[in-house]
Design a protein around this ligand. Structure first.
Ligand SMILES: Cc1ncc(COP(=O)(O)O)c(C=O)c1O
Length: 390
């Protein structure tokens, strides 16, 4: 039986059929079980920051595991504290909570906003204002904060107290935020929603409304954080500063981690409010610290900005591309004749892995170590695929 057949038999059917069985990775390259090599422009959905198999997080994880593996949050351990200090200093925030995924980190952010809301305004101050097109995860709270209705309907009832406004619609935002608002939750660049950059003017208004109504401004940087968009955090490309930031995906370059960073809040979590057994485990924290070191040492933020700009300009010039959206190495290539799924298949057949983020757009979120030469291979493949479609 093939690996694919065994997977079909043994695993639940919650993911669509998978076109490849991947057996090995190295940097920006992946190999399937037939030995075919692919240029990986997906990076495990914006996760493998340093490329596949980078020695730094692996060595840090192994070394820390040999010294101390896991004791839970009943005790202090140094790696999580060092990671919190590093992230606080990079983000300008002051306190960290660690968990294991983006959805979990958003659950923590929602609870933090509600804890703050009920402390400052009583039970009525519990609403979260989110954006149309948002994606925040699949757990019930994060799913309710997410926009796409079809993902939600089979699992209703979901938690009450969430409103959605169209992205970049300042009037709608003003109408939605009020004394009942505990938090406004925004991806500064919407990832799963199709790579849409939120206007700075909209973020400035969100900041001002949160200040006016004593609500928390929460930025979901699960997909955009840790250098991907040409800054440590996408919000740093703007003048707006949030009260809290949600991280996951690329933070430990392939190891599972989530984080919530916030200002020091008198109205924040109290002991017993929130927790998770694995959060901040020493080996994962060590892998995240090693990831951050390499991003800094090798100027991967500069690389993301430079290669991202080159990809963006070159792809926008290809016949058949309507527009390229995004920043750094989080890009969407909107196709004139749509059929992003068909184009993704054709690119894969030419040895380039991308994913269709909507019916009409292809997302690129490669490892931040991608070189200009590898970007050229990708551009050439797009040119060939779109030319073949006429
Ligand atoms: C912006 C954003 N938030 C949250 C999530 C959920 O993260 P996870 O899949 O780790 O739960 C994602 C995943 O794509 C995301 O892009």
């Amino acid at each position: 039986m093939s690996i694919a057949d065994r997977g079909t038999e043994a695993m639940m059917t919650n993911y669509p059929p998978r076109p490849l069985t991947i057996v090995r990775g190295d940097g920006c390259w992946l190999w399937d079980d037939a030995g075919t090599r692919y240029l990986d422009l997906v990076a495990g959905i914006a996760v493998v920051t340093l490329g596949h198999g980078h020695p730094a997080p692996i060595a840090a994880l192994a070394a820390q595991s040999a010294v101390l593996d896991h004791v839970s949050n009943l005790y202090w351990t140094e790696p999580a504290i060092a990671l919190a200090e590093r992230l606080n200093s990079l983000s300008g925030l002051e306190q960290a909570f660690f968990c294991n995924s983006g959805a979990e980190a958003n659950e923590a952010a929602i609870k933090l906003a509600r804890r703050h809301g009920t402390e400052t305004g009583g039970a009525a101050k519990h609403e979260l204002v989110c954006l149309e097109g948002a994606f925040h995860g699949r757990t019930l709270g994060a799913l309710q904060a997410t926009w796409a209705k079809p993902k939600k309907i089979p699992f209703e009832p979901l938690p009450a107290g969430f409103r959605h406004v169209p992205r970049n619609d300042i009037a709608a935002l003003r109408a939605a935020v009020g004394p009942q608002t505990a938090g406004v939750l925004i991806e500064p660049i919407q990832g799963e929603g199709g790579v849409h950059v939120i206007d700075e003017a909209f973020l400035i208004e969100a900041r001002s409304l949160c200040d006016q109504h004593d609500a928390l401004l929460l930025f979901d940087e699960v997909q955009t954080g840790i250098g991907r968009c040409g800054a440590w955090f996408a919000f740093q490309r703007t003048t707006v500063r949030p009260d809290a930031v949600v991280l996951a995906k690329g933070l430990a370059s392939g190891m599972p981690i989530g984080a919530l960073l916030s200002k020091r809040l008198a109205t924040g979590f109290r002991p017993g409010d929130h927790g998770t057994t694995f959060g901040g485990s020493p080996p994962i924290a060590a892998a995240a610290l090693a990831t951050i070191e390499v991003v800094e040492r090798d100027d991967l933020i500069g690389n993301a900005a430079r290669v991202g700009e080159h990809l963006s300009v070159a792809l926008a010039g290809i016949d058949g591309v309507a527009v390229v959206r995004g920043a750094g190495l989080l890009l969407a290539v909107e196709l004139v004749d749509g059929d992003a799924a068909g184009a993704a298949t054709a690119l894969r057949e030419r040895g380039v892995i991308v994913n269709a983020v909507s019916d009409t757009a292809i997302r690129l979120c490669p490892p931040l170590v991608i070189t200009m030469e590898q970007a050229e291979l990708a551009i050439e493949a797009f040119r060939a695929v779109l030319a073949a479609r006429g």
